[in-house]
Write a protein that binds this ligand. Structure first.
Ligand SMILES: [Mn+2]
Length: 599
């Protein structure tokens, strides 16, 4: 990174503060749709600061600049902000100020703070606005995009072609989906909704795009009333067939930016449902100020989370394809290492993407593969760079977290692999994580169970050893959509959404030892009925992911009979589902990997 460049960008931005007569500005790392991955057009914070992590907020006053990020990115931010005038503020570290406290300290009373309200959620801006009180008398201007005047070669809005996602994959037509949504809106006493979340729109209309890397979505908003559906998107991304499809389904298409003007024309008798997490501040505020409204978790997100029978069938097939790709990769890796070929974190990541690319229904990766050898595995969101990429050679654990987007579903799998010999600590950690994984995978729980309850079940075997990990145990997964999908989660953080049949959710406990190694074992699980009794309905989790766990890494003395039985039956399933699709050599290898362990 050219840091001189960063400093001159910040100086330019500070000049803009004068031009607009404001005293500070807050730059987000988000887009107007609350997306997890964002297109280049909205990477303002990254362009200005040079910090490339996914989470971070830049605040600039006339004399200072500071960037807030969380523990995942401390090391990276330190390196990328080195020699710039931007101060790194580490969130969650004891004496570090949060943005509000910092601004209170830096700004004089009566100051004006500017931000672009379309790139923040309503809740985030509301939190900033708590700054404005009698003492500070701060004022806010929430409709300033200061970057645009200085970012002269700012990338244009993405405009990639969309396509219809066939009902043979999605299982439900647009008409079925919109009628379920309208029913839900009526139950919520609403008759309109403005949807900003890109995966919700793609799901609703059964269309996919390519506007965001790893996420097959297209840039859009949707307005739904009890009688109308309007999509706001670049008209050029729709081909003849897609336009005909919209017409047949009575979906009106308006330009992307027309959404704000359109809202002004809507009858004030409407009662809106609006998601206060995914709708940007500007839109949310407009609706809040002009219409009766209800807010909460989007009904689309709730409908989308329960996979229908066709989607479930497709996801099962999808995991056969993904399992073939992963097994081929694992076999290749073992051969390469045995033959002393040079494999690095980057070349291994490229190879696993390449094996997926050969699969019929593969479209793209669902996130950049994480390949982390030895101590790199301890960095949770590690991303190998040319500089950091280790040669995989000798002993130790290799962690691989990767996934694909297929027409038939989205995958996300993590395995840790033993390269030659492991230390006792590495082997014990692997085994403890496996015990955690199995505890959740073999658990049976009643209807209305919360994710936070399941989280404790998964962590039990770690907690008994005073070990813990710093991320959720599981997240929802989209159907050929985002790899991280709500509203359900398995996490120490309270989430009111209960775990229901038809949901898919990951099971991914881990152990990370700083400067040593990391283990995470992740399968995608389908929530299914486990039967009922006089105490009501019971559910369980059934693995969709098909790939072996590394028996070389297990300390079997730490597993009890029921855990070994679970492992044997899972491995048996992996072999049965995949063996017919493999060449003889790979099949033999998989047979060995999945062979029964005596109890
Ligand atoms: Mn995951």
């Amino acid at each position: 990174m050219n840091n001189k460049d960063t400093n001159s960008k910040i100086a330019d931005l500070q000049q803009q503060l004068d031009t607009y007569n404001i005293d500070a500005c807050i730059i987000s790392s988000s887009d107007p749709h609350g997306s997890e991955y964002i297109s280049a057009h909205w990477q303002c914070r990254q362009w200005l600061s040079g910090f490339t992590g996914s989470a971070g907020t830049l605040v600039v006053t006339k004399t200072k600049a500071a960037l807030w990020t969380d523990g995942r990115y401390f090391i990276q931010a330190e390196a990328e902000l080195k020699n710039t005038n931007i101060k790194l503020v580490k969130q969650g570290i004891a004496d570090s100020l949060d943005i509000n406290n910092w601004l209170t300290k830096e700004l004089k009373p009566n100051s004006t703070i500017g931000l672009d309200g379309t790139t923040f959620s309503y809740n985030t801006v509301k939190n900033f606005m708590a700054l404005a009180n009698k003492q500070t008398a701060f004022k806010f201007n929430t409709s300033i995009d200061l970057t645009t005047n200085i970012w002269l070669d700012r990338p244009k809005l993405p405009a990639n072609k969309v396509f219809i996602h066939d009902t043979k994959f999605s299982g439900k037509t647009y008409k079925q989906k919109i009628s379920s949504l309208r029913k839900k809106l009526k139950q919520l006493n609403c008759n309109a909704s403005l949807i900003a979340s890109l995966d919700e729109i793609a799901w609703l209309v059964n269309m996919r795009g390519a506007d965001i890397q790893h996420n097959p979505v297209f840039l859009s908003y949707a307005f739904v009333s009890l009688t109308e559906t309007i999509i706001f998107a670049n008209k050029n991304i729709f081909g003849k067939q897609e336009l005909k499809y919209l017409q047949e389904n009575k979906i009106l298409l308006l330009e992307y930016n027309a959404v704000f003007e359109f809202l002004k024309t809507i009858d004030s008798k409407h009662t809106f449902f609006i998601d206060n997490n995914t709708t940007n501040y500007t839109l949310y505020t407009y609706i809040k100020n002009n219409y009766k409204h209800e807010s909460g978790i989007s009904p689309v997100a709730e409908l989308k989370a329960i996979k229908n029978n066709v989607e479930i069938k497709q996801m099962q097939l999808c995991h056969i394809e993904d399992g073939i790709a992963v097994v081929k990769f694992m076999f290749w890796l073992q051969q390469e290492l045995r033959n002393n070929k040079k494999v690095t974190e980057i070349t291994a990541g490229d190879y696993i993407t390449a094996t997926r690319q050969k699969m019929n229904n593969f479209v793209t990766t669902s996130f950049p593969p994480i390949v982390a050898y030895k101590e790199n595995g301890a960095i949770c969101h590690y991303q190998a760079t040319a500089k950091s990429s280790k040669v995989i050679k000798g002993n130790g654990l290799l962690l691989i977290d990767s996934g694909g987007q297929y027409l038939t579903g989205t995958t996300d799998i993590t395995r840790a692999i033993a390269c030659s010999k492991l230390t006792t600590e590495e082997q014990n950690d692997y085994t403890l994580v496996l015990k955690s994984h199995i505890a959740l995978a073999s658990f049976i729980f009643p209807k209305d169970t919360l994710g936070i309850q399941l989280d404790a079940i998964a962590r039990g075997s770690l907690w008994r050893n005073k070990i813990n990990f710093n991320h959720g145990t599981g997240h929802g997964v989209g159907f050929f959509l985002c790899v991280h999908e709500g509203p359900q989660s398995i996490s120490p953080r309270y989430n009111k959404t209960t775990i229901k049949p038809g949901m898919v959710i990951t099971n991914e406990p881990g152990i990370y030892r700083d400067m040593k190694h990391g283990v995470r074992l992740e399968n995608i699980m389908l929530v299914v009925k486990a039967g009922d009794s006089e105490f009501g309905d019971f559910y369980k989790l059934e693995p969709l992911t098909l790939a072996p766990f590394d028996k070389q890494a297990i300390n079997f003395a730490m597993l009890d009979t029921s855990e070994i039985t679970w492992l044997n039956s899972y491995h048996d399933k992996v072999y049965r589902k995949l063996n017919n699709h493999l060449d003889p050599e790979t099949r033999n290898w998989l047979r060995e990997q999945t062979s029964k362990v005596e109890t």
